[in-house]
Design a protein around this ligand. Structure first.
Ligand code: PA5
Length: 435
């Protein structure tokens, strides 16, 4: 079968859940779809993400491209300041598409994207400032609330550096603010300093915002095609919002993970055989962890990157406590080819591999791992993509978001709030003596 679209494969889960159970959960997923589409569920004020792909207008994409063009000719580095949903989506897509060696490989004249505001580590900022001393750069500061401490601290430091380096007027040209339309400290600063600004829609929460300028501007700045990303998401939107469970991979994913959770599989391990997906896993963890982990409920989202982590966590996956379900993101085709050379001496004994591509070898590792985990008591779901590009990532993002909304409703929580995130902030502010 030639794979064109995302495909959800449940072959290696069938021995863990019976048909009757699955049909029951598929019916529940369809019921949750009705609640979502009629905006009757908890958190219905935050459903703007559902129609983002079809709502986004060409002029917004064009405006982003114009800013990218204006800045990419002046910047070797572009710093994206944000935390959680205000940076993970952009990083997930950029790192999925670029090489891990991107700092050494020029990417068509586009700046190298670096990150800030996602940590308070002092050494990180010292190192970042020393990089910024010697490179031309620009900044996007992204915060929906406009009041989050980590990006506010980072922006204060970097804005000061930028103004010292270029003067106030030129610095102003190099800053883009992405925030709320009306409120928050960042909104006030952006207005006062006349920064180029983009709005995060009121009805889109941080972790669902990658298909707004929050994700699109950094992704375009890194040189990737946001029109194709949106096209992929639009295609997924059309299928997942309109199809019943039989032809709907997102409903199936939500149904299977809830059926397995109900059978005691409390941890979901998202795995891949493509290290470029590491930050996609981080984005997915936030999406599901923050959406479902509440009221004493929720599947614990975790992730591993294989085959690397088979040599560290492989033992636990195979024989540790049997509370793990696994979801593999499987990529059918690589984009480039590297052959294994023949060696007449064959001292390493791997001449039998020379007729195979690395992708074929990696697929054998993947299939072998899935079979081993299944036989060891881990139900394995597989999300299959034909190739990793902007279009398929757009599909995958929307698939994960839609399944997350459905799954949260099936679990009986409001998937669109995050009341628990405030607890550490209160303590931190008390310890810092904030008035
Ligand atoms: O998903 C969320 O809502 C959070 O992860 C936020 O994105 C994160 O806390 C950052 O918030 P803000 O964009 O308001 O700075």
């Amino acid at each position: 079968m030639v794979l064109k679209d995302l495909f959800f494969n449940t072959e290696s889960t069938e021995i863990f859940v019976n048909r009757e159970d699955i049909n029951n959960f598929l019916n529940q997923a369809e019921a949750a779809q009705r609640v979502l589409s009629t905006h009757q569920g908890a958190g219905h004020d935050f459903l703007g993400w559902e129609s983002l792909p079809s709502d986004i207008e060409d002029w917004t994409l064009q405006r982003i491209q114009n800013d990218v063009q204006r800045l990419s000719t002046r910047c070797e580095v572009f710093v994206v300041i944000g935390i959680g949903g205000s940076y993970l989506g952009a990083r997930a897509v950029i790192e999925a598409l670029q090489s891990e060696l991107s700092h050494l490989i020029p990417h068509g004249g586009h700046p190298l994207v670096l990150y800030a505001g996602h940590t308070l580590d002092e050494d990180y900022y010292a190192q970042l400032l020393s990089v910024l001393d010697s490179h031309d750069y620009g900044v996007a500061v992204i915060s929906k609330s406009g009041t989050t401490t980590e990006p506010a601290v980072a922006f204060r430091i970097i804005k000061h550096h930028l103004e010292q380096k270029y003067g106030k007027d030129e610095a102003q040209q190099r800053i883009i603010a992405i925030t709320d339309a009306h409120k928050g400290a960042l909104h006030t600063i952006a207005e006062q300093e006349h920064y180029t600004s983009y709005v995060i829609p009121d009805n889109v929460g941080g972790r669902f915002s990658v298909l707004t300028p929050v994700g699109l501007l950094p992704i375009a700045m890194a040189g990737y095609n946001i029109t194709k990303l949106i096209e992929g998401a639009r295609h997924a939107q059309h299928i997942y919002r309109n199809s019943p469970a039989g032809g709907n991979a997102a409903l199936q994913y939500a149904a299977y993970r809830n059926a397995l959770y109900n059978k005691g599989f409390k941890v979901e391990m998202l795995t891949n055989f493509t290290p470029a997906l590491r930050y996609f896993s981080e984005w997915w963890k936030q999406l599901y962890g923050e959406s479902e982990g509440k009221e004493g409920k929720g599947i614990l989202p975790h992730s591993l990157s294989f085959t690397t982590d088979l040599h560290s966590m492989g033992q636990y996956m195979q024989e540790g406590e049997r509370h793990i379900m696994e979801t593999v993101i499987s990529i059918a085709k690589g984009k480039q080819h590297v052959g294994i050379p023949m060696d007449n001496q064959n001292l390493d004994g791997i001449n039998y591999l020379v007729t195979k591509s690395l992708t074929e070898i990696n697929h054998c590792a993947e299939q072998g791992t899935i079979e081993a985990h299944r036989d060891g008591g881990v139900p394995v779901m597989r999300i299959e993509l034909p190739i990793l590009n902007e279009y398929t990532l757009g599909q995958l993002i929307y698939f994960c978001e839609y399944a997350c909304g459905i799954s949260g409703y099936m679990l009986g929580v409001n998937p669109f709030n995050q009341p628990g995130v405030e607890a550490y902030k209160k303590n931190m502010f008390r310890l810092l003596g904030k008035e």
